[in-house]
Design a protein around this ligand. Sequence first.
Ligand SMILES: [Zn+2]
Ligand SMILES: [Zn+2]
Length: 148
Amino acid sequence: MQMLSRRDIEYLLAVYEIECDDGLVRTVRLAKRMKVSPSTATSALRRLSNLGLIEFTPRRGARLTNEGRKVVLEILWRHGVVERLLTHVGLTIDEACEVAFRIQHLMPKEALIKICKYLGHPSRCPHGYEIPHPERPHMKKYPICRPK
Ligand SMILES: [Zn+2]
Ligand SMILES: [Zn+2]
């Protein structure tokens, strides 16, 4: 998780979102969503594919591997837990979302597990979005919470 950049995570979340709606993620569609050129999207997809997080067929598109899907669900859990922590200590929801997105992937998982426990294993983020939890059965698709 720590080796992923914020940009990698934005790509993974976009792939997750498009895949949930449409199955295979076309490079052009992803590029549009990320507001980049298709060749920029292609190099991002290659990088994630080298990390084993997506399966990428040039000219066709991409989908998450099982590992990639696990990473996305962990990010969504991390995001919700960090947001809860930050609003708990007084940040506004928007501030919490912004800060959470910057630090969520850098924090050690053990710390997150302790924070999650301290917060009573929240099932929703402060915006009211349902968040996955390692100990609960997963829904088919979770809403993505990200800074505006
Ligand atoms: Zn958020
Ligand atoms: Zn928990």
